[in-house]
Design a protein around this ligand. Structure first.
Ligand code: PEP
Ligand code: MN
Length: 349
């Protein structure tokens, strides 16, 4: 950490800053320039980052050298992390192909969509039983009944399942049915929810908030990691923008950026990022080309009857075409879509 002092700083103030640094068991290295004096702090930056140094008289600015997300950073873990979702590996050259309806629906729909995405090459099945809707009057999801249906469908087709949890009180319930727990964009900074999933044993799919910076996303991952759950997969799903042409603004650069900053896998969700089936294939491929460790796409066999997000759903045939293209691109980067090991997926109900 570097402490930059004000040009008019007094000797007493300099001595006071040094005293504060040394009281924390750290070393202060004073460097007096013609116009500015700076203090380099040597030692564990964590010890001092919590101190309100900017409030000390004579301090102009404080510049951390290390990122504030310690456990999520590349410095802490130079090799890419590989996350295991009931036998499906994500990261380190293994691509997740997550697909399914936005919301869990009736058994017939789930069977039709589950079998279609499995045949198309998906390795994880998705579906929301608790839906975060902007309107309280919109479809809210099936709750525990939906979790059971999702689990049954996953088991039937040999696919691990991922589903969203919105409330810390339901983490334990969702954990019983799901192989992976999703934290949706709207809850990325629900810190009590992050703490709760950090204490559970299942991998977490953490979606970027629609107004969150990349640093915010990594800080939210840090909440989960700091509770002891090291299985976190990040997801870029678009951020708010001024342009109404797409549902959100797909920030593909964030994928390459996160790869440099963190060891955690990051996948892309072109469904929520664009909201438009015609743009999903291009953005899925762009994500993989940028280094994404997987693609999350909403698929429905009858979008006009979907309970939520029907207009952005791909038809099973369209999804199969995207997966075929991703497979070719993956080969170019020596990556693979791991096959779901059916034997590893057990019924939790
Ligand atoms: C979803 O996955 O259906 C969802 C609601 O996503 P997001 O949180 O990214 O909007
Ligand atoms: Mn959705």
């Amino acid at each position: 950490m570097i402490i930059i002092l004000k040009s008019e700083v007094t000797d007493d103030q300099v001595a006071h800053v040094i005293e504060r640094v040394e009281a924390l068991g750290l070393r202060a290295h004073l460097s007096r320039g013609t116009y500015r004096t700076i203090i380099g702090v040597i030692g564990d930056e964590q010890k001092i980052s919590a101190e309100p140094l900017r409030a000390i008289p004579g301090v102009h600015d404080v510049i951390p050298v290390l990122p504030p997300y310690k456990l999520a950073s590349r410095e802490a873990h130079p090799q890419p992390s590989i996350i295991d979702v009931s036998g499906v590996k994500i990261g380190g050259g293994n691509l997740a192909m997550i697909a399914g309806p936005c919301a869990v629906e009736d058994r017939e729909r789930m069977d039709a969509i589950g079998s279609a995405v499995k045949a198309a090459g998906a390795n994880i099945f998705r579906g929301g039983a608790f839906k975060p809707r902007t309107s309280p009057y919109a479809y809210q999801g099936m709750g525990e009944e939906g979790l059971k249906l999702l689990r049954e469908t996953g088991d039937k087709f040999g696919l691990p399942v991922v589903t969203e949890v919105m409330d810390p009180r339901f983490v334990e319930m969702v954990e019983r049915y799901a192989d992976m727990i999703q934290i949706g964009a709207r809850n990325m900074q629900n810190f009590s929810l992050l703490t709760e999933v950090g204490r559970c044993k299942k991998p977490v799919l953490l979606k970027r908030g629609m107004s969150a910076t990349v640093e915010d996303l990594l800080m939210s991952a840090e909440y989960i990691l700091s509770q002891g759950n090291s299985s976190v997969v990040l997801c870029e799903r678009g951020v708010k923008s001024f342009d109404k042409a797409t549902r959100n603004l797909f920030d593909v650069a964030s994928v390459a950026l996160v790869k440099g900053l963190s060891h955690l896998p990051i996948i892309v969700d072109p469904s929520h990022a664009t909201g438009r089936p015609d743009l999903i294939p291009a953005c899925a491929l762009a994500g993989v080309a940028a280094g994404a460790d997987g693609v999350h796409i909403e698929v429905h066999d009858c979008p006009e009857r979907a309970k939520s997000d029907g207009p952005q759903a791909l038809l099973p045939q369209q999804y199969a075409e995207v997966v075929a293209q991703i497979r070719k691109l993956a080969e170019l980067f020596s990556k693979t879509i791991s096959a779901p090991p059916a034997a590893a997926v057990k019924s939790k109900t």
